[in-house]
Design a binder for this molecule. Structure first.
Ligand code: KOT
Length: 838
């Protein structure tokens, strides 16, 4: 129903009284929630009570838009993007929603008038850390951009009760603690208790022929789990579009349909409460390392099955035909974690909706698209066939059938090329058969993409080479992007205001407009203002560093920032070797001119990743020695900032001068921290890896510190027989640094602490740390030299931010919409739901 002007006026009046956006109305709404939700009044309310009351007041203001959006999407002819992701690293909602609603200042007034500081309340929020790193954060940025671009979309995932662990540092070692983010309740979610789907697990399959002579399969499960929908509204920036993030919680079913199961089997099928609840209990904390556990496969299947059942229910409820599912939904697979969806779709179509196999396969292939996020072999998902069968016996049969038919087709097309056939097979040969999820995703998708230009090229040449040969037309690149709303407006309000004072606010929704700053890059007064903001942000971070780590750092020093998951391929150890080399230069020549620098590290190591945990211990150990040595005279400081998460990232990026993007070329699919740092005026020191390549192209080679081997050189060196020991012997600074670590110089003379790390570097060095050391140290000298020239640095910093337009997630989403999803904007009008129901 379209609303007339008169209707709109009445909606606005109602909005003013019920969900108005002025400071007075907001204040009243907070007090109402305080009273009616928390049963509290100002004299006894805690800050957390105020946070909850304010969040409910904000949520009220999302709901009008959310319900209008949902209503619009229920129109039969509206195609919806369905994003399937096992991870969403959302970060706190409150401030983000205030910004997107455009009521930040009004809320500040409202909270001041209640004697509360808005920042305190924002800081009360426990962030939903439902992801490990890049992949989960990308999903969150994409949800923001989808809504902002007014694209109808649903994100589907898992409502983990415990998100990514909290990190603490004790004696320099990482300690993990559970992330009980739901402890105090979550005001942002709306539980749809009535919306649930049964998911079968385990058991076996019976085959029979029905009365029409049709061959049928009946999956008798070992247990049944219920998925309950928890919805979080995701509002776009200054639009009415408010999309849904639907996360599934697993529960034990209370009752079930006796008819569905064979007599006598039902009692075992509903397993006990704890087993069912365990499925959505905890996020696996591995980033790009596979965890071949049964529970992990159960998690993947659980959320994918609920999501597909939900999509089909929505489609059918609007009178859609199952055969035309792809007219209603396009399903994007965020890497292979949801790839089981291909087999589940086939099961639903063939077993439940009784669609013929060929038609079912056609529908499936028209519905799915697959994004690959890594080339690392250890991250490629495979499942042992026996384990897979124990969880999903029917899906194994379906995959075998998909594979049989698919390989027949390949055999014809390739004239029986055996190597090609065995590499494309979804099930690997050999005594221990494995289900290869990337192959399942490729076989069942109409589009396949990588996440940066270099990565997409390497995909075609390496892991997906044979798929590219088979179907070149399915391949494309979609370079990642990040949302400027969270990563500039919210986290760096001062820099954002300065930018807007020069070029207006259009850049927030159209990041290309940042190029308008280029004309001020040489303007000394703008440079001065820019550097003043930067300095303010550095002072803020210095305060936090002092509070959190007791380390005093100088905001005038270079803030050199290396923040991301700890991983050998990301080479935090290369950075720390440079720190040791600098330290030794000072020790050898105490009066040497050293441009003061603060090396800031942050990141979590997977709890089972021994070498990554040792890298943290090495950083903290070097910090202990360097920070306390009087000869250093505070010229260099090393900080490990604990518990890197979205909240802390928002504090660190605005204060960075230097962005460390030093992965081995060819290993980082894209990176997104590289984009966030550059947008906030940090200069990158980096390799030609992932999106660094494109960032350098955009900001200009003269505004980027490049070092290291290229991807081709890395391959070349490896094929020649790389010997890290030669590099150790050839470079005295490197040798000294390694010898010191080995001798216990940084570990109270106990040299054995780091032996595994050192042995790995000297005798394997998979990631060519030693080969790149010399070039890295040399480039770091150029960084220091450049920083001495304040005007030159300011200009480079401004130009970095000014040329980052391409790296907005709005651009990425537009590319997906145009090339893959074929979905366009669909603006939402507010509807007066209170007046009448039609
Ligand atoms: C994890 C497990 C399996 C497959 C892929 C991953 C993965 C990849 N997790 N995070 N990534 C990162 O994804 C980001 C978003 O595309 C990239 O920017 C980054 O380079 C990947 O490492």
């Amino acid at each position: 129903m379209k609303s007339s002007t008169k209707d709109t006026e009445s909606i606005l009046t109602r909005e003013e009284t019920r969900t108005g956006l002025g400071p007075e109305t907001l204040k009243r709404a907070i007090l109402n929630h305080l009273f009616y939700n928390q049963g509290k009044f100002p004299e006894i309310a805690t800050r957390n009570d105020y946070y909850m009351a304010m969040s409910f007041a904000v949520r009220d203001r999302l709901l009008q838009r959310w319900v209008a959006s949902v209503k619009k999407y229920l129109n039969a002819d509206q195609k919806i993007v369905s994003y399937l992701s096992a991870e969403y690293l959302l970060g706190p909602h409150l401030a983000n929603n205030l910004i997107n609603l455009g009521i930040y200042e009004n809320m500040e007034k409202a909270s001041n008038s209640l004697g509360m500081n808005l920042d305190w309340l924002i800081a009360k929020e426990q962030e939903p850390g439902l992801g490990n790193g890049g992949l989960g954060r990308l999903a969150a940025c994409y949800m923001d951009s989808l809504a902002t671009l007014e694209i109808p979309a649903i994100g589907y995932g898992i409502r983990y009760q415990f998100g990514i662990f909290e990190q603490d540092i004790k004696d320099g070692w990482q300690i993990e603690d559970t992330d009980n983010w739901l402890r105090r309740g979550n005001p942002w979610e709306i539980a749809k208790r009535e919306l649930g789907y049964d998911v079968k697990l385990g058991g076996y399959v019976q085959h029979y022929t029905d009365i029409n002579g049709k061959f049928k399969a009946n999956w008798i499960p070992g247990m049944i789990v219920k998925g309950i929908a928890y919805d979080t509204p995701i509002l776009g920036y200054r639009v009415n579009t408010c999309n849904t993030l639907r996360l599934w919680k697993s529960e034990a079913p209370k009752s079930f349909d006796f008819q569905t199961f064979n007599q006598g089997l039902y009692s075992g099928a509903v397993s006990d409460k704890t087993v069912c609840e365990n499925i959505s209990k905890v996020l696996y904390p591995n980033d790009e390392q596979r965890e071949g556990k049964i529970l992990r496969l159960q998690q993947q299947y659980f959320f994918v099955s609920c999501s597909l059942q939900d999509m089909i229910a929505i489609h059918l409820s609007q009178g859609g035909k199952i055969e035309r599912f792809y007219d209603k939904f396009v399903v994007q697979l965020n890497d292979t974690h949801p790839a089981i969806g291909v087999a589940e779709m086939m099961r639903l179509l063939v077993d439940v909706y009784e669609v013929e196999w060929d038609l079912a396969w056609d529908i499936t292939k028209k519905s799915f698209a697959y994004t690959n996020h890594t080339l690392l072999p250890e991250a490629l998902e495979t499942w042992d066939q026996d384990l897979f069968q124990s969880v999903l016996p029917r899906h194994l049969e379906i995959i075998q059938e998909i594979n049989r038919r698919f390989l027949d087709e390949v055999t014809i097309r390739t004239y029986g090329d055996q190597d090609l056939i065995s590499s494309l097979s979804i099930i690997s040969d050999g005594p221990w058969k494995k289900i290869r999820m990337a192959n399942l995703a490729c076989a069942g998708s109409f589009a396949i993409n990588g996440v940066a230009a270099l990565h997409s090229e390497l995909l075609k040449k390496t892991v997906l080479k044979d798929w590219y040969q088979l179907w070149p037309e399915k391949f494309s690149n979609k370079t990642n992007g990040v949302t400027p709303r969270r990563w500039m407006v919210l986290s760096n309000p001062k820099l954002s205001s300065l930018i807007s004072s020069k070029i207006g606010e259009g850049w927030i929704k159209n990041l290309d407009e940042l190029t308008g700053l280029e004309q001020y890059a040489d303007d000394p007064s703008f440079q001065q203002e820019w550097m003043v903001v930067k300095h303010e942000m550095k002072k803020d971070l210095a305060k936090r560093i002092l509070q959190r780590t007791k380390i005093k750092v100088d905001p005038s020093s270079i803030f050199d920032v290396h923040v991301k998951r700890i991983h050998e391929y990301k080479r935090q150890h290369l950075n720390i070797l440079h720190v040791i080399a600098l330290y030794n230069r000072i020790k050898q020549n105490p009066d040497a001119e050293v441009v003061p620098r603060t090396f800031i590290f942050a990141g979590k190591a997977a709890p089972g990743y021994h070498l990554a945990k040792l890298m943290i211990k090495l950083i903290t150990s070097v910090a202990d020695v360097v920070n306390q040595d009087p000869i250093v005279k505070d010229r260099i400081k090393v900080v490990f900032y604990p518990n890197y998460n979205v909240t802390n990232a928002q504090r660190i990026y605005p204060a960075a001068d230097v962005s460390e993007q030093i992965s081995t070329a060819g290993k980082e699919a894209s990176g997104t921290g590289n984009m966030k740092l550059s947008m906030n005026g940090a200069l990158t020191i980096g390799t030609l890896d992932g999106a660094n390549v494109e960032i350098r192209d955009c900001v200009g080679a003269e505004n980027f510190f490049l070092f290291g081997l290229t991807e081709e050189e890395v391959q070349q060196k490896k094929s020649e027989g790389y010997n890290p020991f030669d590099y150790y012997m050839a470079n005295p600074e490197l040798k000294l640094a390694i010898d010191q670590i080995n001798s216990g110089y940084f570990s109270h003379m106990n040299g054995s602490v780091f032996k595994d790390l050192i042995n790995s570097l000297l005798y394997h060095d998979q990631y060519l740390v030693l080969a790149d050391f010399e070039s890295y140290v040399a480039e770091q000298e150029r960084v220091a030299e450049a920083y001495k020239d304040k005007q030159r640095w300011a200009k480079m910093s401004i130009l970095n931010a000014a040329r980052m337009g391409k790296f907005s997630s709005d651009r990425s989403i537009k590319d997906y919409c145009d090339d893959i999803w074929k979905v366009g904007p669909s603006p939402v009008e507010l509807v007066d739901f209170h007046q009448k129901t039609q």
